[in-house]
Structure formats: structure tokens, C-alpha cells
Ligand binder design. Sequence first.
Ligand code: ATP
Ligand code: MG
Length: 358
Amino acid sequence: MENRIILLPGDGIGKEILEAAVKVLHVVEEKFNHRFVYETHAIGGNAIDRFGVPLTDETVNACKNADAVLLGAVGGPKWDNVPADIRPEKGLLKIRKELGLFANLRPIKAFASLLHASPLKEHIIKDSDILIVRELTSGIYFGKPSERRENGKVVVDTLYYERYEIERIVDKAFQFARMRKKKLTSVDKANVLESSRVWREIVNEKSSLYPDVEVEHLLVDAASMKLITNPSQFDVLVTENMFGDILSDEASVLTGSLGMLPSASIRSDQFGLYEPIHGSAPDIAGKGMANPIGMILSAALMLRFSFAMEEEASAIEAAVNETLSDGYHTADLQIENGTKLSTNEITEVITEKLLING
Ligand code: ATP
Ligand code: MG
């Protein structure tokens, strides 16, 4: 069976890191006898340059007809002055919406060899491994358009949720908790917000369907504190759009390696869009210095969630882990007595390990 993958390199280092991830996927095809079909499309600033918009209908349709999408990064100073409605980032928001990707997953996993760079290295638990499940299509970022009233003396943003939107993300989170340590933490602000009280009700209702999963509710302020003081108390964390945006950035810093973290945006079927959490890093674009690991691990998530290739995904993760343990790293990371490599060189080490292992 063929798996159809749309490649959206985007801007800045997006192209370099996506090339690296595709090299790794080629090794997976060879080693595990799969066939992936790739098709490349424009998104973000380069799409503005070519088509006048950050995302064309043609690209949207190509994604709709594929099994998964790999995305590099969008944006950069070149497009700072384009009109607000066609900014590069709008392409990203639009594609998530068009594809109905309502759940954003961020696995937060510390790499032992990089923990010295974590601000919490003294008390972080080495095996802390958290999955943040963030609602992606609603909440205060969507809903009614924001407005300024009375000559700007009043501003309004609306936090809007429909019940089914909360139900489907909570279901997803329970399902992931069930596959992991069977502990789900739901984060809200139920002491202040009505939407949070409904959120909490729905989590409690759903919990009867997953009696094997332990559930706890935390207010977002307490959760943001506990992520720092005791990160290993968490397994799966589920929350609404804006809280998830903030908490996932906070949690990613725990690993000491922002450039290494992958993310997945998924929906109820197998389809997903996978991208590293970092941006387009225009300051280092084209210099061969970019760390491709966040992108490579995003490709691993694609194999796991969209193609049900757990063994293949784990093999990539193991190869990355071994590369770091051997002291190989890119310029953004520091490893004592390590060896600094370029984007291509570290990709080569990872693909060699992947080929040899197992
Ligand atoms: P965005 O608004 O798109 O999220 P940002 O302003 O948050 O972008 P990034 O593009 O993520 O910024 O870059 C922040 C810093 O981290 C930059 O100095 C960049 O060079 C560096 N950086 C980000 N990703 C990588 C990477 N994969 N490899 C090396 N350095 C990176
Ligand atoms: Mg950023």
C-alpha cells in the first residue's frame, strides 16, 4: 500500500529540515519495505511570492487527497509588511481549519544528553514524558471576530466553544491516556469561566467511558506552576486552545532543547499534519546549520499516528537518541565533549544508525 505525503517546506530553514526528514523517510522505506509517495507544495511567504496568497486552493485540495502532511515552517522578515489577511501565518491557520485538525499534540520528552541545558536540570526527573493535547479550532482564537468599540475605548474577544468541540478533544485525550500511563489531567479556569465549567462537566461525563483512566482537574495557574515544580506528575494533559498554546511553550522549555520538539495536528481519522514546534529561523536559513531533529521526529509522529507504523517511528526515535548520546549535535545545542555537525552531517549520522539498528 502506498502512503501519500504532501511536503510543505514553507520558508526559512523549512526547506533544509524537510529535506533531512525525507532522507530519513527514504531509509524507512528501504529498511521496512514501504512505499511513500511525495508531492511538494508552497505555503507561507514563498506562496505569497508566487501566487499572492499564503495558501492556494490547489494546495488545500492536494492535502485533502493525501494521507498526511509534513510542514517545515512559515514566515520571516521579508513578509513583515504584507497585509494582515495574507500574512504567511494565515496559511498555517487556514490549512488547519480546512483540514479540520482539531487536536494538537505535543509530546514533551527530555533527552538525557541535553538536560544540562534545561533551566530545571537540578530537579527535573530524567524520564519526564508528557503529552499535551491542545484544542486547536475554537476558543478565544476563533469565535466571533474580535472588535474595537467606541473608538477603541472598548475591545472584545470572544471565547466560544460548541459542546461537540469539547467532547471530541476530550475523547481523544482519554484515548491517548489509555495508551500511556492512564492518567489524564484536564486544565481549565473553572473558578472564573463558564466555558471551563462546561469543559469540566464534559470531562467528568466522558470519564465514565474510560473507567481505567485516572482523571484530575487543575486550574491553569496551578498547572503552569506544577509543570515547573513537578513535571513528572503529568502524563496526558488536555486543555483548550489558548491555555494549550501557553502551556505547551512552557513545557517545551523543560527539555532544554526547543529546536528538537515535534508536533502533530490530527482529527478523528488517521490523517494528520506534522511540524516542528520552532519557527522558520530566518537568521540561520541557508547556512546548513539548522537542527533537523524536530522535523525528523515530526516525521516519526506521522508514521505512528497516521500510518500506524509504531516500530518504524520508534526506530527513528532510537536513532535520534543514540546520535545525541554519542555526542553529535548541531550548533544550537551544547553537549560536553560533543561533535558539532551541519544539518546534512547530523542527518547522515541519524540515517546510518537507523539503517544499522535492529
Ligand atoms: P515563529 O514566530 O515562527 O515561531 P520565532 O520568532 O519564535 O518564530 P524561531 O524561528 O523559532 O523564532 O527561532 C528562534 C531562535 O531559535 C532563532 O535564533 C533560531 O535561529 C533558533 N532556531 C529555531 N529553530 C531552530 C533549529 N531547528 N535549528 C537551529 N536553530 C533554531
Ligand atoms: Mg515562536
